[in-house]
Design a protein around this ligand. Structure first.
Ligand SMILES: [Zn+2]
Length: 171
């Protein structure tokens, strides 16, 4: 596995952060935006049952649009939704369907990675090379690509093309 993927990078280690940014194809500004926005997103979590806050911030393919979300729990526990799916659902319905990077933040260390359902959900809209940045409680982070998080995955290109939607207003 090529550096810097799969190892914890201290946010104070400027050289390591810079190397990670280069490997991910992100500018230092984009990285800093992701880091601060995902921390802010985490603070918006609605998690009265687990108290496990998760934030997600997506950087759209345009390189300048950031879309955030957080986990939203429910008294009927399985109904709750993870931060990744909240953010990506929001992005997709806002017209953003390709992403340059995904950041996820939690309050633990080492950082948590996305659950299986979210990996599949993100796979629909992320290239296998898309970096997923996982921030821990200290702001340190680990990066894995979409393909590393979900190997041998099933995606849209594995299905035959669907028939066009017809007879629906606005289509
Ligand atoms: Zn999830």
């Amino acid at each position: 596995m090529a550096e810097p993927y799969g190892k914890l990078i201290a946010h104070q280690d400027a050289a390591a952060v810079e190397a990670a940014c280069q490997a991910m194809g992100l500018s230092s500004t984009q990285f800093a935006e992701l880091a601060s926005r995902v921390a802010a997103a985490k603070a918006t979590a609605y998690c009265p049952y687990s108290q496990f806050r998760v934030g997600t911030t997506l950087l759209a393919a345009d390189g300048e649009t950031y879309i955030s979300g957080a986990n939203v729990e429910n008294a009927a526990y399985p109904v709750g939704t993870c931060a990744e799916r909240v953010a990506m659902g929001r992005a997709v319905t806002d017209g953003f369907r390709e992403f340059k990077a995904v950041a996820v933040a939690t309050d633990i260390s080492p950082p948590a990675s996305s659950c299986g359902m979210c990996r599949q959900f993100m796979r629909e809209f992320c290239a296998l090379s898309t970096p997923i940045l996982m921030f821990d409680k200290n702001g340190d982070f680990m990066v894995l690509t979409m393909g590393q998080l979900l190997p041998q995955s099933f995606g849209p290109e594995n299905l035959p093309p669907p028939p066009p939607l017809t007879g629906i207003k606005g289509k």
